[in-house]
Write a protein that binds this ligand. Structure first.
Ligand code: AMP
Length: 278
């Protein structure tokens, strides 16, 4: 397994492999890898010849009051995990390397201002910008994203199409802890009590699904029940919304394939989760 730190070297590697007729599967991450990240690697391995994982904590997607500095990092452990999974390259650039020269941003418009974008207005602009830069460095055939960050997945898919990137964007299911909490690098911040309480997120999404399957179609009624359940804990709701899974716009009457998404603070830790109605 190689660790590549410059864009030029990364492009050289990818171009050489492509010249040999090999396909490149790409898994962008911010590191502190867990089984959720590794599920993307496994999927990529099934479909592509060479696997590139990027580890880059992207400063432009964090607001000044957010956790960029304290975001958990452990490159040694991450490399070990990648090696065991059969990753071919870890792309591990510095912020200077990625943002050298004048930074032009990739703007995502309205779809970046709803759901998580309401409380993190510059977040998806930062995500779209870094993913564009990573795509230009790695030149993948397919790129793998978790549905845990559902809004991110939809935005990247749209951006890839709009920018004419010739890359398949593959969405992968949410991997959960045994008790149902969606895996996240940020779970490491939780105190024992917060960790126990955070189970309510998945439970409240399951409640929404149960209400829908028993015939409740009114989005506000379901939204309220989910909010009430979360409010039984110390969790502070950022949002609970039921929305169309393509436009991300809120719906009044729930239909199959709509989604419910939420963001909740436990202490200072903001956790997100979502689920599709089936
Ligand atoms: P991050 O390191 O948090 O930026 O995540 C990198 C990628 O892993 C993103 O595409 C995430 O959606 C995905 N991911 C993170 N957690 C999970 C999870 N629990 N299940 C599936 N994918 C995940």
């Amino acid at each position: 397994m190689q660790v590549i730190k410059t864009i030029e070297e990364m492009q050289k590697f990818s171009k050489a492999k492509k010249a040999e007729g090999k396909t490149i599967g790409f898994v962008p991450t911010m590191g502190f890898l867990h089984a959720g990240h590794l599920s993307l690697v496994k999927k990529a391995k099934q479909e592509c010849d060479m696997i590139v994982v990027s580890i880059f904590v992207n400063p432009t997607q964090f607001a000044p009051n957010e956790d960029f500095e304290s975001y958990p990092r452990d490159f040694e452990k991450d490399s070990e995990r990648c090696r065991k999974e059969g990753v071919d390259v870890i792309f591990y650039p510095s912020a200077e390397e990625i943002y050298k020269g004048k930074t032009k941003f990739v703007e995502v418009g309205e779809i970046g201002q709803v759901l998580c974008g309401k409380s993190r207005p510059a977040h998806f602009r930062g995500v779209a910008t870094v993913v564009t830069k990573l795509f230009k460095a790695v030149i993948p055939d397919s790129a793998y994203f978790g549905l845990k960050d559902f809004q991110q997945f939809v935005i990247i898919k749209k951006m890839t199409k709009n920018m004419n990137f010739d890359i398949n964007i593959i969405g992968c299911p949410i991997i959960r802890e045994k008790d149902g909490l969606a895996m996240s690098s940020r779970n490491a911040y939780l105190s024992k009590q917060e960790r126990n309480e955070a189970v309510v997120l998945n439970k409240s999404l399951a409640l929404a699904e149960e209400m829908f399957s028993k015939g409740e179609k009114d989005a506000e009624t379901v939204r309220q029940a989910v909010s009430d359940k979360i409010s039984e804990t110390s969790g502070k709701i950022d949002y609970v919304e039921i929305f169309d899974s393509a436009s991300l716009k809120p719906v009044n009457k729930i239909k199959k394939r709509n989604r419910i998404g939420l963001a909740v603070f436990f202490g200072k830790t903001r956790l997100i989760d979502n689920r599709g109605f089936e």
